[in-house]
Each structure stands twice: as C-alpha cells, then as structure tokens.
Design a protein around this ligand. Structure first.
Ligand SMILES: O=c1ccn([C@H]2C[C@H](O)[C@@H](COP(=O)(O)OP(=O)(O)OP(=O)(O)O)O2)c(=O)[nH]1
Ligand SMILES: [Mg+2]
Length: 156
C-alpha cells in the first residue's frame, strides 16, 4: 500500500493522568489502516469482563481529530476470534469536535471471562474523511431502475 505522506493529517493527542507511561496509539505495520488503542486501566486493578458483559475502557488520551475527518473505533480481529471480544458499537464514531477521553466500549461475546490489563491493545482507530451533507426535504424521490427494491431484491 502506498501511503500518501503529503495528505496525511496530523492527529494531536493529549495524554491524561491515567495515560501516564502508556505507549502512544500506533500503526503496528507499515500499511496498517488503524492505530491500536491501549487500555488505560489501573495496573493494580485489571478489568475482568465476564461473558455477556460490557465495559467502557479508557484509552488515556484525548484525540483532536482534524476537521473533515472522524475516528472509527473498531474491534481487533484477533481478540474477536480468540476470545469473542468486540466493540459493542462498532464502528464507534469519534467526532472531530469531541474533546473528552476516547473510550472503547468492549463486550465479551465469548464463554470465558476476559482479563483486560493496562497497556493491552484492545481496539483500533481508523482516521477517515467524512462529509457533512446538506439536508433538504423534497416531496418526490427521483425514479431509478431499482426503485424501492432492497434487502435481497437482486437475489442472494
Ligand atoms: O467508541 C466510541 C464512540 C464514541 N466516543 C466518544 C467520541 C464521540 O464524539 C462521542 C459521542 O459519540 P456518539 O455520537 O457515537 O454517541 P451519542 O450517543 O450520539 O452521544 P452524543 O449525544 O454525545 O453525541 O463519544 C468514544 O470515545 N468512543
Ligand atoms: Mg452523537
């Protein structure tokens, strides 16, 4: 994958007290789409996520998402495959005007309790361009070949 360095936006991060000593969120390979987010839970008090339970896990950082972009918080496939750990609201949306701590809403869909320890890479964030549409109410939708067909109208 070619990374276009000239159009790479800068993501400013503010480290919070609970983020002291944590590695910065980082792309773990040259072409990684998402930067991995780490759990900013207390080192002395790891979080046990019981089967079927959910938890809002802090990352220890405020992200200043550049205007015109969003942060998409997504599960890591390894955690999902091996342990049934995923993001309940995937993809989580981090707005460019959000100035709170980014948190990850994890749920345990597996059968075993899952231990979340400080610094564990729990999710990934993709920075993606977004557009805000203008909204205009009209009275009739334009005609198309598809019409109102959907939800499998073309076959499965
Ligand atoms: O996985 C997520 C999803 C959201 N957020 C933060 C950033 C986002 O900008 C804010 C609001 O998210 P969203 O719009 O999805 O939630 P809402 O229920 O609509 O809350 P609000 O009324 O605050 O917009 O919460 C996270 O930290 N992690
Ligand atoms: Mg919202």
């Amino acid at each position: 994958m070619t990374i276009h360095h000239d159009i790479r936006p800068t993501l400013n991060l503010i480290r919070l007290a609970n983020g002291e000593g944590l590695d910065l969120p980082a792309y773990e390979s040259k072409g990684a789409a998402g930067m991995d987010l780490r759990a900013a839970v207390d080192a002395a008090a790891p979080l046990t996520l019981s089967p079927g339970k959910r938890a809002l896990v802090p990352t220890g950082f405020i992200f200043e998402i550049p205007e015109g972009f969003e942060g998409q918080v997504r599960p890591r496939s390894g955690l999902a495959f091996k342990h049934g750990i995923t993001c309940l609201n995937t993809p989580g949306t981090v707005d460019s005007d959000y100035r709170g701590e980014v948190k990850v809403l994890l749920i345990n869909l597996g059968e075993e309790p899952f231990l979340i320890e400080r610094g564990m890479r729990i999710a990934q964030m993709v920075i993606a361009p977004v557009t805000q549409a203008r909204v205009a109410e009209i009275t009739e939708a334009s005609a198309t070949a598809r019409g109102a067909g959907g939800f499998g109208s073309t076959g499965v």
